[in-house]
Design a protein around this ligand. Structure first.
Ligand code: NZQ
Ligand code: ZN
Length: 386
């Protein structure tokens, strides 16, 4: 097992009815910006619950953060905070709203000319306003991690950054919020959290026995409850297990002491930036082809995964590993998620070349746990995914 340092300061308030506790968690004198998305919270009762809990507080609302949060919109929220001298951000939404809020709390304190540089140049974030979240869509793990991803449609860019300064102080995880999620978003949540787990597991063995079992526990639970939540999001037990899996899949616990990859995400973000495909679906398009190309480096873990998650016990390591890839693609398809780029767009020609060009330009010359997946490999992976 590799050495590690791990600190996660986010407090979790988990369960039915926890939104009512917002008042006791947010400092009494806080001047709050309440950030939300396109309005789902006004239709499903979450907005009312939040406002009821914050009764008597000074709250300024800012709605309209789109999926794949847009830089220009987030900068409008930064202006509101500065103009109205607000000092606390409460994000009520899915990954997009929470990621957007993380960017906002950092951008408010940014001293340079152009906050986009926080992403474009990955400038270090030294300070940020305090942030808390009410999660409405289990998927990204953003509610308990220091990362965020922001898009700029004008230039078809989607870039990420991270800083301990933007960890939410606390997050409310009420599993009943998933009752209003459409099937598409429920499937996305299962697909994204499954891939988060794989990014931190499907590398090579380093004797992280417990980390492997943690990851396998999440994968097994997701295969068990995935279909159930999609069919019946009112089943509280499944919803609670699903929600907690999503948070644990990316609060960095399972990554400690073991190698991580994140190559599938790096390529997937480009498919969203270029074609507007839902984040989770880009991962399903890339992962089988990525694992095929990286087969030699990953075959031992692929075989272990095939055995422990999919009960494939016959055959050589190579045969089991190949079955592991087949099962992964079938799992995504069983969620109703297509796994070819041409299922989503007719304009896929040139995508592979453009992504390889972007990676070369950014100096991303080696992805993966061995930093040896080159732009030429990326070109091949994406072409194989057409
Ligand atoms: O905007 P509203 O009207 O709220 O509708 C949203 C949105 O249209 C809707 N929704 C959310 N909660 C709902 C609901 N509809 C009904 N009932 C509810 N309870 O769902 C739609 C999608 O929401 P979004 O927040 O975009 O989805 P998700 O949580 O999948 O977030 C995706 C974003 O997170 C980034 C992705 O790249 C993408 O930009 N990620 C963030 C990560 C992180 N911070 O660690 C890691 C991930 O790998 C990912 O990259
Ligand atoms: Zn993801």
């Amino acid at each position: 097992m590799n050495n590690f340092e791990y600190k996660n300061p986010t407090k979790i308030l988990f369960g039915k009815g926890q939104i009512a506790n917002l008042d006791k968690e947010i400092p009494q004198n806080a001047k709050i910006l309440m950030l939300y998305g396109g309005g789902s919270i006004k239709r499903n009762g979450i907005y009312e619950q939040v406002m009821q809990a914050l009764n008597e507080r000074e709250v300024v609302e800012f709605g309209g953060v789109p999926a794949n949060p847009e830089y220009e919109v987030l900068m409008q929220a930064v202006s509101v905070i500065k103009e109205q001298k607000l000092d606390y951000v409460l994000a009520v939404g899915g990954g997009s709203v929470i990621d957007g809020a993380k960017f906002i709390v950092a951008a408010v304190k940014y001293k340079g000319d152009e906050p986009w540089n926080l992403l474009a140049n990955r400038e270090e974030i030294k300070e940020a306003l305090p942030l808390a979240t009410v999660l409405t869509l289990p998927a990204t793990g953003s509610e308990m991690n220091p990362r965020f991803v922001v898009s700029r449609r004008a230039t078809k860019q989607k870039l990420s950054s991270a800083s301990p300064a933007v960890f939410p102080q606390f997050s409310v995880l009420d599993p009943t919020v998933i009752e209003s999620l459409p099937e598409r978003q429920l499937a996305n949540g299962v697909a994204d959290s499954f891939m988060h787990t794989l990014e931190q597991y499907m590398t090579y063995p380093v004797g992280g026995l417990l980390q492997d079992r943690f990851a396998e526990g999440i994968l097994q639970t997701l295969t068990e409850v995935g279909q159930r939540v999609i069919k019946n999001p009112r089943d509280y037990e499944s919803a609670a297990n699903f929600m907690w899996c999503c948070t644990l899949a990316l609060n960095d616990l399972i990554a400690q002491g073991v190698p991580s990859d994140w190559g599938v995400h790096a390529i997937g973000h480009e498919l969203t930036a270029l074609h507007g495909i839902d984040h989770a679906r880009t991962l399903a398009i890339i992962v089988p082809r990525y694992y095929e190309l990286c087969f030699e480096y990953k075959k031992e873990k692929l075989a272990q995964y095939a055995e422990r998650i999919w009960s494939i016990t016959d055959g050589t390591i190579e045969e089991k590993a190949k079955q592991g890839i087949v099962k992964t693609e079938e799992f995504y398809q069983s969620l109703g998620i297509a796994t070819k780029l041409s299922d989503y767009t007719d304009y896929y020609e040139g995508t592979a070349e453009e992504i390889a060009r972007r990676f070369t330009e950014r100096g991303w010359l080696g992805l993966g746990e061995h930093r040896n997946v080159t732009p030429d490999d990326v070109l091949e992976i994406v072409k194989n995914a057409y």
